[in-house]
Design a protein around this ligand. Structure first.
Ligand code: R5P
Length: 317
């Protein structure tokens, strides 16, 4: 298969080999033979084992846990490809780690998302493709073309299949996520509620005010990241206390650190639906109330269109 910028090559890092394989299958392309391994002291060593000279190369690598190792792999793979004369290198980063550090949160703190953008650019990437960035403005941290894809079409399809849309309420678990939740609510023609988290005084427990009448509704919480699970579990409790019939969550990136999967399993959430932007752990796979949707076709389509110099945004019309 050849795009307008040379033959298309897909290179997988170690963060999400299952997703990389599914994307390759969707595009009916082989994964490029490459070895990403460690020296005894854990230094990363990369060897691209086939010719990529003049190729349009897509590296598939989420910078998920262990974040620093996966980021370093991405940088070193990019360097190897650049030195091997790839014509164009696109870093496909389904989950962009460090995105939550997108501003100076206090005096003398870093903007790590910008630092990571600089590292990826300086390593030699020509383009970036990512999914549901924590903050859309992070695209501006790159001075190279950056496509931010949305998982919403995949989620909307699933919601339409599973639910009676007439009794659904979309809920943003915090004020910061309202734009994202409103976008999805519009697509399924559902009303929107918002949870306003507030800690009146330091040391006092957080108060969850539900803005909107959720009584009798099946609520769907929408967010970009579930990490510890605390936000979701507390939001589900607040919605049920306000009379919601039941609570589900659709979250793009299942970071699910530490005991998060167990926390979700023990919660009042009926179901948490995530995507495979981060490879699910065994705890996630075996959890009775966590389900994963594949984004392989979405990313595969976006790669195909990028290679053919076609519109990517029209995937979301
Ligand atoms: C915050 O701004 C994000 O959108 C998520 O709400 C947050 O990262 C979730 O974290 P946790 O699951 O640890 O509460």
């Amino acid at each position: 298969m050849s795009g307008k910028n040379g033959s298309i090559k897909l290179v997988a890092g170690n963060s999400n080999p299952i997703l990389a394989r599914e994307i390759a299958d969707w595009l009916k392309l082989p994964l490029t033979k490459a070895s990403v391994r460690r020296f005894a002291d854990m230094e990363i060593f990369v060897e691209i084992q086939e010719n990529v000279r003049g190729s349009d190369v897509f590296i598939i690598q989420s910078t998920s846990f262990p974040t620093n190792d996966h980021l370093m792999e991405l940088l070193i793979i990019t360097d190897a490809l650049r030195r091997a004369s790839a014509r164009r290198i696109t870093a496909v980063i389904p989950y962009f780690g460090y995105a939550r550090q997108d501003r100076k949160a206090g005096p003398r703190t870093p903007i790590s998302a910008k630092l990571v953008a600089n590292l990826i650019t300086h390593a030699g990437a020509d383009r970036v493709m990512t999914l549901d960035l924590h903050a859309g403005q992070i695209q501006g941290f790159f001075d190279i073309p950056t496509d931010n894809l949305y998982a919403s079409p995949v989620m909307v399809r699933d919601i339409k299949e599973k639910f009676d849309l007439s009794n659904l309420m979309v809920v943003s678990p915090d004020v910061g996520g309202v734009v994202r939740a409103r976008g999805l609510a519009k697509r399924i023609n559902a009303p929107l509620a918002i949870i306003d988290k507030r800690r009146e005084r330091a040391g006092e427990s957080e108060v969850m005010n539900v803005i909107g009448d959720v009584a009798g509704y099946t609520c769907i919480l929408i967010d970009d990241i579930v990490d510890s699970g605390g936000t979701l579990v507390n939001a589900a409790d607040a919605l049920l206390a306000n009379g919601a019939k039941d609570v589900y969550a659709y979250i793009t990136h299942g970071v699910l650190s530490g005991g998060a999967a167990a926390r979700i399993s023990g919660s009042k959430l009926k179901e948490l639906v995530i995507t495979d932007s981060i490879q699910p752990t065994e705890a996630v796979i075996t959890s009775h109330n966590i389900r994963t949707l594949s984004i392989a076709a979405l990313i595969g389509d976006a790669i195909g269109r990028t290679a053919a110099e076609e519109s990517v945004s029209s995937l979301f019309d």
